[in-house]
Design a protein around this ligand. Sequence first.
Ligand SMILES: [Zn+2]
Length: 137
Amino acid sequence: MDMPPILRLNADMKSIGEVAARFGLPAHVLRYWEAEGLLAPARAGTRRRYTDADLRRVAAILVAKEAGFELADIRTMLTARSAAGRAEMAARQRERLRARIARAQAALELLDGDCPHEDLMTCPHFQSLLDRQLERS
Ligand SMILES: [Zn+2]
């Protein structure tokens, strides 16, 4: 992970508690992301100190998670040496998202549709959705 060679510990740097509060995250999530190689905050003694760049990284992780990226992909995206590597990963994720949206759209249409069946579990349309799920699994 790219880090500035010398990190000056100054008053602008934030503690893990401040960062957690700022993003509404439990502190253990920040420690977990660090253990997974997504974050590398500086240390003042044993205490973590987060720079503005670290905060932007947390924001990037949250945006990527919202877009459905898995942690391993996010790590690759954050640590990829080239913009091309990141673009390739984003393109793959776009395809996965399109597929997920299509499935969600189909599910919504099923639930929105004027199904005459009283019980969803006995509805043939719903059962065919289950069949498709079984074929995928
Ligand atoms: Zn039905």
